[in-house]
Design a protein around this ligand. Structure first.
Ligand code: PGA
Length: 247
């Protein structure tokens, strides 16, 4: 059985005042599903102090454990301040920092070495979808970004179509289902049925309270990676609730 996961990606948003939102989210947590918030790294320690049963994660890590890499943070540093997860290969990292599948793969290995759960993101651009290349792109990203050794305990995959992130545009439930079924089949083929079936698959891109129910009803959708609607308890708690209701 895969435990459902409602994950929030705060991106470059929030100061210590926003920790009150995480505290308010703990009120919606029942223990039947997992909830994760990934705030900017300066907030991780503060977030841990108020997060109760909500897991806290980072949004990126360096592939190396330490060294002369000004501005970067290592997986071990995230783990040291209480993070249990790290988002890797988000399309904004791929676009803004030119991260390639090889980089994401190396970072995922680094995350595992620090005992972090890697939330590896894949997703096609609008041009790639319109050219009917979606499954080829996703297949290539999965093969290139996920190292050998994946298990249901160290890996979560997030399908985030680039054109749906922060745009209010959401794929149809058929489109989401097609990609999630494809990802599941790829993971089962590469890692075996047991492991392939145990990895959680999140959908991300303009998830909000008003569309959460229908997205959570799609086969092979085990939860969501939520950006904008994870910044406040007023927006995120109904999504946690919807995921609980989908059980
Ligand atoms: P969004 O972002 O929910 O604001 O579209 C999702 C994400 O980038 O993880």
């Amino acid at each position: 059985m895969r435990r459902k996961l409602a994950a929030g990606n705060w991106k470059m948003n929030g100061t210590t005042a926003a920790l009150a939102e995480i505290k308010a989210m703990t009120e919606e947590v029942t223990g039947d599903i997992d909830v994760l918030i990934c705030p900017p790294s300066p907030l991780i320690t503060g977030a841990k102090s108020v997060s109760g049963d909500i897991a806290i994660g980072g949004q990126d890590c360096h592939a190396k454990p330490s060294g002369a890499h000004t501005g970067d943070i290592s997986a071990a540093m995230l783990a040291d301040v209480g993070a249990s997860h790290v988002i890797l290969g988000h399309s904004e990292r791929r676009a803004d920092h030119d991260e390639q599948d090889d980089d994401v793969r190396a970072k995922t290995i680094a995350a595992w070495e620090a005992d972090l759960i890697a939330v590896v993101c894949v997703g096609e651009t609008l041009a790639e979808r319109e050219a009917q290349n979606t499954l080829d792109i996703i297949g290539g990203q999965l093969a290139g970004s996920i190292p050998d050794g994946a298990t249901g305990l160290n890996l979560v995959v997030a399908y985030e179509p680039v054109w749906a992130i922060g745009t209010g545009k959401v794929p149809t439930t058929d489109q989401i289902g097609e990609v999630h079924d494809f990802i599941r089949a790829k993971l089962e083929r590469r890692f075996g049925a047991g492991v392939g079936r145990s990895v959680r698959l999140l959908y991300g891109g303009s998830v909000k309270a008003s569309n959460a129910d229908e997205i959570f009803a799609v086969s092979n959708v085990d939860g969501a990676l939520v950006g904008g609607a994870s910044l406040t308890a007023a927006d995120f708690n109904p999504i946690i609730k919807a995921l609980n209701a989908s059980l």
